[in-house]
Ligand binder design. Structure first.
Ligand SMILES: [Mn+2]
Length: 296
């Protein structure tokens, strides 16, 4: 009898979780735009190249090039495989250059990237532009006028998570809710969460809830127990986060702090953090004032 009740409760839990996921994923259309939500990058794709995982770039093209240069000097492998944790675009000065650079690398099998919440916002504006050619882009997004349809198609094609099994790692933009399998994570949580709250006790254990704002709960990475190590961005207020099974790489380059990456694997089996300083404060935060581009 006890087993029957447990099975019924488990079945109810699964149904409830599925419904919640479907509700979350179906609310805004911009969160259901990717045909391939979760990408797996295999050893045959990377080979013995060293992997460089880079935090939120936000159009800081010069710092990205500087970080890649530093990475190449730090490893015996001259060819890197670049992985971006999302929010490659927006806020900073050279989003189009970052996009063109990444697309070229990906075309040549030398990079992968996940979508961040800023890529989602870009797709939302693109959707408005498609529906209404007179749609007025907000001032912060007027730079999108120089984007072609194929640029937007490229952004749309990016997955929400990348798993690299031979390194036992997962890359997402914002986070993962502990205890929920990857394919059942909400797309919104993958792109936007910062905290997690373990707040509902069911007979089978505790259930966690994700929060966008770090007001309730704790940093999700402190509750993540693996087995895969997760590399993520999105949380520049907390800066570099180094937990046993998670590393937060958003160190606020666009706000004038630094661009951080981690160098992994390769022939030397390297595992080291790297960072380069921002050339200037490119973006002033909540005032939403785009500062003058660096003169250097
Ligand atoms: Mn973000």
């Amino acid at each position: 009898m006890a087993a029957l009740i447990f099975n019924l409760l488990s079945s109810a839990r699964d149904t409830l979780q599925l419904l919640l996921m479907q509700m979350k994923n179906s609310t805004p259309s911009l969160f259901s735009s990717s045909a391939l939500l979760h990408e797996v990058v295999t050893f045959s794709q990377i080979g013995d190249r060293t992997v460089l995982i880079v935090g939120d770039i936000h159009g800081c093209y010069d710092e990205l090039q500087e970080l890649i240069k530093t990475a190449k000097e730090s490893t015996i492998d001259q060819e890197l495989y670049l992985v971006c944790v999302g929010d490659m675009l927006n806020k900073g000065p050279k989003s189009k250059k970052v996009l063109v650079f990444l697309r070229d690398l990906m075309d040549r099998g030398m990079a992968s990237a996940v979508k961040g919440n800023h890529e989602e916002v870009i797709l939302k504006h693109y959707s408005c532009l498609c529906k209404d050619k007179d749609y007025a882009l907000p001032r912060r997004y007027t730079y999108l006028k120089e984007f072609e349809d194929e640029d937007f198609a490229f952004i749309k094609s990016l997955p929400y998570s990348i798993s690299i099994p031979h390194l036992n790692i997962i890359i997402v933009h914002a986070g993962l809710v502990p205890g929920i399998p990857l394919h059942r994570q909400s797309i919104q949580d993958l792109c936007q969460m910062r905290n997690v709250e373990t707040n509902i006790r069911f007979p089978w254990g505790l259930v966690s809830t994700a929060h966008r704002k770090p007001i309730r709960g704790v940093a999700w990475a402190t509750k993540w127990e693996g087995p895969q190590h997760v590399y993520f961005g999105h949380d520049c207020r907390r800066g570099l986060q180094q937990l046993p099974f998670a590393t937060g790489l958003d160190t606020g380059c666009v706000y004038g702090d630094k661009l951080t990456g981690v160098l992994l694997g390769g022939r030397s089996g390297i595992h080291t953090l790297l960072s380069v300083p921002a050339r200037c404060q490119h973006y002033a935060g909540k005032q939403q004032v785009l500062l003058e581009e660096c003169s250097t």
